[in-house]
Write a protein that binds this ligand. Structure first.
Ligand SMILES: Cc1cc2nc3c(=O)[nH]c(=O)nc-3n(C[C@H](O)[C@H](O)[C@H](O)COP(=O)(O)OP(=O)(O)OC[C@H]3O[C@@H](n4cnc5c(N)ncnc54)[C@H](O)[C@@H]3O)c2cc1C
Length: 366
């Protein structure tokens, strides 16, 4: 991916999103963080502006944007509000299994209301006992006639309890390892589906993270994605495509923190001059900008969640430092950006798991 590969239309779209994010998303960010409430108004804004439609194919109500355009949209939103950027990222994450593996009938039924933003999507892989080791899941599905009966639970699911549609991964053959995992489209109203605890988190406070519980949950057999045993493959294919979005979220958060540090350092007077006139501060700003730009180029050209999320932690921490005591206070958004940045090192595969993936590729292992 390179920036020059954006079509002219997509360049205009990304510029429009930059403006929408600055004018309509940024003013809401502090309140979303303080109230920890899911920002339905932001979801509506993204839906109305067709931003949620970007990752969906045009034949199913989307606008079929390139991966690069989606990544850049996430970045622009995250620069102003990480929670809002996650609405777009998770709409893609939860819907991709259907886009990648759904039948035409499944796509016709589920994708248009997801593309329009009428429905929210979620992605249910993680469990209490299975995080990095996703294949250790315990949730299982047994076929009975035209129905699968699901039992078990999922943990830390973004949009859990809000999403109408969740891609759920469950064991259909516990002895077959990763080949025994299948993927299902589960609707919020299916009998036996319920929402458990809602998590209280460090950052991305407006994003709802919930436990999903399946108690003899009835899922029509027609909601199986692909064939039995294909689920793990679909989960990994999905994460391969969405991790650049998390990386872009990290770049956006870091850019937002850099913007803040630059403007604050020009205004804050100490020793009778703006702190930006100290070379020590200038060098920090220059280092921060170098890291953000390096991460951005890596993200635009490759999967770079590892680097981008690490520099997001460094740059947001430096922004707090440049704001001094004010950086530690909720009066300024620097501390929120630092809290929001942390999650990008954890979800969709921790950075240790990213190192494993990179090392395996280097060593030619599967
Ligand atoms: C806010 C939030 C939202 C989330 N949203 C979703 C969602 O929508 N859907 C979903 O399915 N999941 C979601 N997750 C789950 C997330 O993907 C997992 O938390 C993550 O993959 C890590 O799993 P874990 O928490 O069980 O940690 P563990 O896997 O228990 O890891 C603990 C530590 O051990 C390290 N570790 C584990 N294995 C190895 C290894 N082999 N080598 C070296 N180090 C290792 C990890 O890097 C980490 O530092 C979300 C999590 C959070 C916090």
């Amino acid at each position: 991916m390179a920036v020059s590969h954006l079509s002219e239309d997509e360049q205009l779209l990304v510029e429009a999103i930059r403006e929408i994010a600055r004018e309509q998303v940024a003013p809401r960010a502090t309140e979303i963080d303080h109230t920890s409430q899911f920002p339905w108004d932001m979801k509506e804004l993204l839906a109305q502006q067709d931003i949620l439609a970007m990752p969906f194919p045009s034949e199913y109500g989307g606008i079929g944007s390139s991966e690069l355009a989606v990544v850049m949209a996430i970045e622009e939103l995250a620069r102003n509000c990480a929670t809002t950027s996650l609405i777009l990222a998770v709409q893609q994450l939860g819907s991709l299994p259907i886009i990648l593996a759904g039948t035409d009938e499944q796509k016709r039924k589920y994708l248009p209301p997801l593309a329009s933003g009428e429905w929210l999507a979620a992605f249910g892989l993680t469990e209490a006992g299975s995080g990095s080791d996703a294949a250790a899941m315990q949730t299982f599905a047994v076929r009975q006639g035209d129905t699968y009966i699901l039992n078990g639970s999922k943990r830390f699911i973004t949009n859990g309890g809000l999403a109408q549609v969740t891609s759920i991964f469950a064991l259909t053959d516990p002895k077959a390892g990763t080949r025994g995992i299948s993927a299902f489209i589960v609707e919020k109203d299916f009998p036996g589906f319920s929402v458990g605890r809602i998590e209280d988190k460090m950052g991305i406070k407006g994003s709802q993270t919930a436990e999903l519980i399946f108690t003899d949950c009835e899922v029509p057999a027609e909601n199986l994605l692909g064939r039995e045993g294909d689920g793990f493959k679909f989960a990994m294919m999905t994460l391969d495509r969405t991790r650049p979005g998390v990386a872009a979220q990290a770049v956006g958060i870091a850019q937002g923190a850099l913007d803040l540090a630059v403007s604050y350092s020009k205004q804050r007077i100490q020793f009778k001059k703006p702190i930006a006139e100290n070379q020590g501060i200038q060098f920090m700003l220059a280092d921060m900008a170098t890291k953000v730009e390096a991460a951005r180029l890596l993200v635009y050209n490759a999967v770079a969640k590892l680097y981008a999320s690490d520099i997001a932690m460094e740059v947001t921490g430096d922004a707090v430092q440049i704001l001094g005591g004010y950086g530690y206070m909720k009066e300024y958004p620097a501390e929120r950006m630092m809290r929001d940045a942390k999650i990008t090192q954890i979800y969709e595969g921790t950075n240790q798991i990213q190192l494993l993936v990179i090392a395996r590729a280097l060593l030619g292992e599967k």
